[in-house]
Design a protein around this ligand. Structure first.
Ligand code: AHR
Length: 646
């Protein structure tokens, strides 16, 4: 053996000696309880998240109430918009078709939300409200069109009588097309009035008629969310007070829920979405129902009397807040009240006599300044008195530090809100550097709700780098579950052809869903939440960034498993020995189930064309007597589960 070989072998030897890192998990030292609702989702109607997204309605501007009644429609022949003797008083516009024997006939086409998605052999429930103006039956042909104007499905309806009635037919699609449209033609001469022209896939989530897109709800369901925050976000504030989200307008018969402008109809990089409105077809009743379906605690957010502070200075004088406070009190009644109460009765009439068991209520979204504090006070006075059982969430403003944050946190403490909503949209570097953020937080007073967060890579892509930094940061949420009690990534959904903001957790087009790496991080946390925090250390220190490694551990009392989460945010692999301290038993040869999210390329993303490029994979190792070894690849997030005897 020559001199060079000896040096080389010595180097290899010393590297492997130093390369292995020990993490120690104090298995018997069970710490803070992890709230069962800790990891959840935050839904906002941004990026066509509701209309054109989760809400399965396929017809845009179904009630002709947009600022221009024919937005979304192409009328042909003789058509006029009218509002005398309407079918629905809160959505009074309707159209009058007058067929006089024109060659093409009289009718309408609808382009949906950047097209209508049709699946071959799926059924679509088409309906409208109609009345004949004079006399005689009037026949309509309804056509599903593919993107090349080809007819891929056909139905017929005959309208009779002079009073408004609902007509329904089901049409099968003969082809799959993500960019189809609908055509409706009046075939009989004479005049007919039409309103609320609607079409849903028959197959919605749980088959409900005013239903939600099944594939999108399934993506939420798989996330196993513990809490469901809705309906925003800035939309609860509105660009103006008039256009704030008013939950009372979002309940009752769907046809008569008045249309509202969407706060996301413009602004981001000056892109303008004049066709972005809220039908409220998916309103508060549907939100509560969805929370229940998902097994998540509902967490509504309501206006505190400030319009979106990024857009306006409009505010309700503190003395005039009563209607806003009434909205809060009535919302609790809508969710939880008895059947003989005014709003409990509305809930029951909509189909849910049982209460929704609302426990949380957020007053205001991302507000800031004294204006917020002075408005929150009267809400608290009334709510604490009438509903001490409800946990109230206040805010710390739009950023996780700085003047607004430093002003609001002590105020929230002073006002004794139950949780403080923190928002952070920051770089991956910030997320990595802040994994220990909560280790030194004040343990007294309000708990933290990380209500909106996402790692913003410079490309703003939902790539692995961003996801890994979130996973690293979340080890700090988990370790501090005594103070951080709820966490929701934001925003949740984005339509690939109609987004205002990115990154977003789930992307979709009219037919397909893309689960991002960020989605999988959330899922891996929520499905492996555990019940109690366990101390995990390296050389007696928490693992929050040294050698780009991050880790945390929990115990799951339901399964008696130890769950260890490890993030390697560097490019290099790292061998880690996870030692189970204080365990008076050998775990030799016990199976350790391992889920891994990894790619060699940190910029890797999932797309409509390749939705499964980056998905978690499963493997296992066998434990040694005192723990197990994890060969942690670079750019990887691991969840390891091992059963132990208690
Ligand atoms: O999640 C997108 C927006 O970010 C929310 O509407 C708002 O609360 C925040 O500014």
């Amino acid at each position: 053996m020559n001199y060079k070989t000896v040096v080389f072998l010595l180097l290899c030897c010393s590297q492997s000696l130093f390369a292995q890192i020990n993490f120690e998990v104090d298995v018997l030292n069970k710490g803070a309880a992890i709230q069962p609702d800790m990891y959840g989702v935050f839904f906002e109607d941004i990026n066509f998240g509701a209309d054109g997204g989760l809400y399965a309605e396929l017809i845009k501007n179904r009630s002709f109430e947009f600022h221009q009644p024919f937005v979304g429609w192409l009328p042909f022949g003789n058509i006029a918009v009218k509002n005398e003797a309407p079918c629905f008083n809160r959505n009074p516009n309707y159209v009058r078709l007058n067929e006089t024997g024109l060659r093409r006939g009289t009718g309408l086409e609808n382009f949906g939300f950047r097209g209508i998605g049709f699946q071959k052999n799926d059924d679509y429930r088409f309906s409208f409200y109609a009345r004949v103006v004079n006399d005689g039956d009037k026949k309509f042909v309804v056509e599903l069109l593919g993107s090349k104007e080809n007819v891929i499905g056909k139905g017929e309806l005959t309208v009779s009588g002079n009073s408004w009635k609902k007509y329904t037919t089901t049409i099968k699609s003969g082809a799959t097309d993500a960019k189809g449209k609908l055509r409706l033609i009046l075939k009989t001469q004479g005049e007919v009035d039409l309103d609320h022209i609607s079409m849903f896939p028959v197959e919605t989530w749980k088959g409900r008629e005013n239903g939600l897109r099944k594939d999108l709800v399934e993506a939420l369901f798989e996330l196993n969310p513990g809490v469901f925050r809705f309906p925003g976000g800035c939309i609860i504030e509105g660009n103006t007070l008039e256009t704030r989200y008013q939950w009372k307008n979002s309940v009752g018969p769907v046809e008569n829920r008045p249309l509202n402008e969407n706060r996301w109809n413009y602004t981001f990089k000056h892109r303008f979405f004049p066709d972005y409105y809220q039908t409220y077809g998916m309103g508060f009743y549907e939100f509560f129902l969805l929370s229940e379906d998902l097994g998540a605690e509902p967490l509504p957010v309501i206006s505190c009397g400030l319009a979106c502070q990024y857009e306006s200075e409009e505010c309700v004088p503190v003395g005039d807040l009563k209607p806003y406070i009434d909205d809060a009190v009535d919302l609790i009644e809508f969710a939880n009240g008895p059947l003989d109460s005014e709003w409990g009765k509305v809930r029951a009439e909509m189909g849910h006599p049982e209460p929704f068991n609302l426990k949380y209520l957020a007053i205001g979204n991302e507000q800031w300044g004294e204006g917020y504090v002075e408005r929150l006070i009267p809400f608290l006075e009334v709510l604490r008195n009438k509903h001490p059982e409800i946990k109230i969430i206040g805010t710390s403003g739009p950023t996780p530090d700085g003047e607004k944050f430093d002003y609001l946190w002590p105020k929230m403490r002073e006002l004794e809100v139950d949780l403080v909503d923190e928002h952070y949209y920051r770089s991956p570097e910030w997320f990595l550097a802040n994994a220990a953020r909560y280790d030194s937080y004040d343990r007294s007073g309000p708990k933290v709700f990380a209500g909106e967060y996402a790692s913003h890579h410079k490309t703003r892509d939902n790539n692995l780098r961003a996801a890994i930094s979130e996973a690293a940061f979340m080890t700090g949420l988990e370790r501090n579950a005594d103070v951080v009690q709820l966490a929701t990534y934001a925003p949740l959904f984005a339509h690939v052809d109609a987004w205002q903001w990115k990154p977003d957790m789930i992307w979709f087009d009219n037919l397909n869903v893309v689960r991002t790496p960020n989605y999988y991080v959330q899922k891996m946390y929520a499905c492996n939440a555990g019940t109690n925090v366990l101390p995990l250390t390296r050389d007696n220190e928490i693992v929050a960034g040294k050698d780009s490694l991050f880790a945390s551990a929990v115990f799951d009392a339901n399964t008696t498993e130890l769950i260890v989460k490890v993030v390697n945010a560097s490019d290099k692999p790292q061998e880690i020995n996870i030692l189970l301290k204080q365990l008076n038993q050998s775990v030799a040869n016990t199976r350790v189930n391992i889920s891994r999210l990894h790619a060699n390329e940190p910029g890797a993303v999932n797309t409509i064309e390749a939705p499964n490029k980056l998905v978690p994979t499963s493997t296992y190792v066998l434990a040694h007597e005192k723990g197990f070894k994890l060969n942690a690849l670079g750019n990887a997030f691991y969840v390891c589960r091992i059963k132990i005897k208690e």
